[in-house]
Design a protein around this ligand. Sequence first.
Ligand code: TRP
Length: 348
Amino acid sequence: MKNIILTGDRPTGPLHIGHYVGSLRNRVLIQNKGDYDKMYVFIADSQALTDNFNNPKKVRDNVLEVALDNLACGLDPSKITYFIQSEVPELTELTFYYMNLVTVSRLHRNPTVKEEIKLRGFEESIPAGFFAYPVSQSADITAFKANIVPVGDDQLPMVEQAREIVRRFNSIYNTDVLVEPNVLLPETENERRLVGTDGNAKMSKSLDNCIYLKDSEEEIKRKVFSMYTDPNHIKVEDPGQVEGNIVFTYLDVFCKEDSFEKYLPEYKNLDELKDHYRRGGLGDMKIKRFLNDVLQEELRPIRERREELAKNPEYVFNILKEGTLKARKKASETVKEVKKAMMLDYFE
Ligand code: TRP
């Protein structure tokens, strides 16, 4: 079986460490492992417009931000195809045909869309484009015949929607043109949906509870030191709770084998540290200082590469331009096959 991998980001803001552990880190690992025939990563600017249609500058500006984040994390344009969604109009074309295969009530049941409708205050009147974006996402995936989609938890309903569309399309038009995608989730629950620094399940700019990949050393430190721990752990001697304690949640995700040796050699591993915290006698400052060291080590090289790349936006847009050309070629092949299956091939 040929593996075709595809994933993307909405350019609505610079990416944070939730994106990093949920998808970016994983996609770079996959890219470097090389166990695939083709790998596509893209910037979902048309999708970002579905709920930012009145703020095009925000989307426009964040295309570069998101590209910088990806390249700084190690995305390698010589191994993958990196492109911009709106520059591949074939995706819009497929979306229109797929709309016929989806019901309004099915879209209403999509839990991610439901959550977003509430979040954006769209309950009164939902823009049709926004409502239908899972269909456009199905087009993104199927245009490249991707069978593996590495994403975080929130994207599961989108991939499920794409699977349904593929099955319906192939059965109605009696073809095997489209390929059913599978999600590839990160290993642990915490990585699939990293909580915010305030313990909120959703990381969001407006809550000021995210650490961004572009954050300076000082910003990271400030955010780590203001993190929620155990509200009942008041004195150092008090026994503390590890479950639901954000510092430990983050340590679970970011601690490496050699982190203790480097930054906290009086403990062997995270289990020992947790035991001490539970028993009492371990202060919050100490665990926060440790988490800060661990995070700084992980984010420093990314930030430095990002600063270098940011000096040369033209280089970044050239990567996207070349990738987009390749992506268009592949997508237009699929559109041809799709139209043929639907008997829309008059001049062939
Ligand atoms: N919805 C994704 C996000 O919010 C972005 C995206 C658009 C995507 N199309 C996709 C991800 C196709 C994976 C596959 O980040």
